[in-house]
Structures are given as C-alpha cells and as structure tokens.
Design a protein around this ligand. Structure first.
Ligand SMILES: NC(=O)C1=CN([C@@H]2O[C@H](COP(=O)(O)OP(=O)(O)OC[C@H]3O[C@@H](n4cnc5c(N)ncnc54)[C@H](OP(=O)(O)O)[C@@H]3O)[C@@H](O)[C@H]2O)[C@@H](O)CC1
Ligand SMILES: Nc1ncnc2c1ncn2[C@@H]1O[C@H](COP(=O)(O)OP(=O)(O)O)[C@@H](O)[C@H]1O
Ligand SMILES: [Mg+2]
Length: 274
C-alpha cells in the first residue's frame, strides 16, 4: 500500500485556461435527497460547486428545492420523480446515492441510462440498495465510496476482514465493472486499477454526519474538471483535499463541519494550481 501524499494535488489541480467557459469544467448531476435526507444532496452540491464543477444540477425531492436555492443559487434543481434518462445522458459526471433512501426505482433508471464514457459515483443509500437487490453495476467509469458497513454489505467482506487488502482486491475483481474503491475510515484506502493508496491525514474531528456526502461532492467536482488527466488521480486528489482542509481547520477547532470544508475549497485549491 502506498501513502497518499500532498504531491497528488500539484499533479491534478491545474491553473484554468484563459479561454475556458463553464462547459470546460464539466456537468455534474447529483441524484439523491429524499425528504428525510435533503441535507445530503445540499452537502454534495456545496462540495461540487466549491470544488469548481462547471455546472451542477441536483435531482431530488421537490421539498428540497427552496433549501438548495437558498444555500447555493449556483446549483439547478429538478424533480427526481420525473423522467431522468435524458437528463442523465446530458451530464459528464453522475453522483448518485447520498440520502437516496429506499428509491430503488431511481437507482435502476439511472444505472440503465448511463453510458461507458460517463463517470458514475455511487455513495450512501445507493450502495445499500445495490447490495440488498443484487444489482449489476452501471457500465461506466465507476467510483464507489462506501464506509465500512456499506462495503461489508456490497462486497460480503466483513469489517474485520477489510483489514486485509487482498479481500478487498478480490471483491473488486468480482464486480461486473472494475471500480475505483474509496473505502472510508480513519485512514481511508483507495483501490485504483493500478495501486492501493492509504490516506495518512484526517482525524476524529471529521466524525460527523455529512462528511462522506461532502467527500462524494468533492470527488464529483474533481472528476468533472480533472478527469482527462486520470480519473484515479482526480479521485485521489479529492480524498486528500477533503482531509487536508479538515486538518487545517482542526488546528483551531474541536470539530470540522462538512459545510466548512466545502467553503474552504476555493482558497485551498488555489495554493496548488499550477
Ligand atoms: N444530513 C443528511 O441528510 C444526512 C444523510 N445521510 C445519508 O443517510 C443515508 C444512510 O447513511 P448512514 O451511513 O447514516 O446509514 P447506514 O448505511 O445504515 O450505515 C450506518 C450503520 O453502519 C454501521 N457502521 C459500521 N461501521 C461504520 C462506519 N465506519 N461508518 C459509518 N457507519 C458504520 C453503523 O453502526 P452504529 O453507528 O450503529 O454503531 C450503522 O449501523 C445515506 O444515504 C447517507 O448519505 C448521512 O450522510 C447523514 C447526514
Ligand atoms: N476518525 C476519523 N478519522 C478520519 N476520517 C474520519 C473519521 N471518522 C470519519 N471520517 C471520515 O468521514 C467520512 C464519513 O463518511 P460517511 O460515513 O459516508 O458519512 P455521511 O454518510 O454521514 O456523510 C469519511 O470520509 C471518513 O473517512
Ligand atoms: Mg455516507
């Protein structure tokens, strides 16, 4: 296992070309946020917008529309009960699952609509639904972001077994599509097709609901902008950035709120852009 270091940031985060426009930095579609979990998609979107995604749309329960607009006027909204096929196909990056609850119908429709060039990030409730209903993974560039219980549900690798890399590698090999696995924990591990990395920063100041929703949003924002270099590198840089900002905040704070991490993204990224 390789340590994930700060070097990944200068490798991935690039100075913006002068003639760029919003389309240059990718279209992100976030799908999730039932009535109970509206905050999850707000945190996804705050992270994706602040990470620099060019255009962000949130497909969610209409009950969340006003809250999303008041937090983040940069984001667009759409009813997740409407026909999503065309919408899904018009985006570069799809983030599905944070606060999706039991909406298996939406998950199946999305998985069926995506095509191989797209990046699909599967988080939260979508992972639990895949496990419960034995769904095939979408035929796309796949990133999955389970915490340890979600990974146990999806892969059958128990939390105790997860300490042994080989079990996790074998489980990934058994998927119908090869994923990039972000296995979240204290010292998160990232399984890419070539290597396994361990994050050696971050800490218990991050142990709070919404922290994973924020990470998923940063991954979406980085994948949208920096995908052409390498999706694996974009994911690695997103994981590092999330905890590096948290650790900066923790120098003077007892806890680090997910929404504060998102606020710090533009300032933090500026330091590494070259
Ligand atoms: N503001 C919002 O809208 C928010 C919405 N959210 C959304 O809620 C949805 C449900 O997600 P979820 O993670 O809260 O619940 P679930 O999938 O049942 O997993 C919890 C179970 O797993 C266990 N467990 C064991 N190890 C663990 C570990 N390392 N990390 C975490 N858990 C671990 C744990 O054990 P216990 O705590 O009981 O000891 C418990 O039994 C999801 O879509 C998410 O996006 C949240 O983001 C919060 C903010
Ligand atoms: N003790 C800890 N040290 C470092 N990171 C932590 C710690 N506890 C939680 N985290 C991080 O917080 C996030 C939790 O993700 P998740 O459980 O999916 O949150 P949520 O679904 O509530 O948004 C992960 O990125 C995880 O690595
Ligand atoms: Mg989560």
């Amino acid at each position: 296992m390789k340590p994930l270091t700060e070097n990944i940031l200068t490798k991935v985060i690039k100075k913006r070309p002068t003639h760029a426009y919003k389309g240059t930095f990718g279209r992100v579609l976030i799908i999730g946020g039932t009535l109970q979990y509206g905050g999850a998609v707000i945190m996804n979107a705050l992270a994706a917008v602040n990470a620099g995604a060019g255009l962000v749309t949130v497909a969610t329960d209409p009950a969340n529309f006003t809250a999303i607009h008041s937090q983040l006027p940069e984001a667009m909204v759409v009813d997740f009960n409407s026909d999503l096929i065309e919408l899904v196909q018009h985006h570069d990056v799809i983030l599905i699952g944070s606060g999706l609850g039991d909406r298996l119908d939406i998950l199946k429709e999305t998985f069926a609509a995506v095509y191989p060039k797209q990046v699909v990030i599967v988080d939260g409730s979508a992972l639990t639904l895949v496990a419960e209903h034995h769904l095939d993974w979408p035929k796309s560039q796949l990133v999955i972001t389970p915490h340890q219980m979600e990974w146990q549900r999806v892969s059958g690798v128990s939390i105790a077994q997860q300490a042994f890399e080989a079990f996790n590698v074998l489980a990934c090999a058994n998927f119908n599509v090869r994923p990039i696995l972000v296995l979240k924990q204290f010292h998160t591990q990232i399984y890419t097709p070539n290597d396994i990395y361990e994050l050696n920063i971050g800490g218990p100041h991050q142990a709070m609901g919404g922290m994973g929703d924020t990470l998923a949003g940063i991954i979406a924002g980085f994948a949208a902008q920096f995908f052409l270099a390498s999706l694996s590198d974009a994911v690695l840089a997103a994981v590092y950035t999330h905890s590096a900002i948290a650790d900066e905040l923790a120098q003077t704070q007892y806890i680090t709120r997910p929404t504060e991490i998102s606020q710090q993204l533009p300032r933090f990224m500026k330091k590494y852009a070259n």
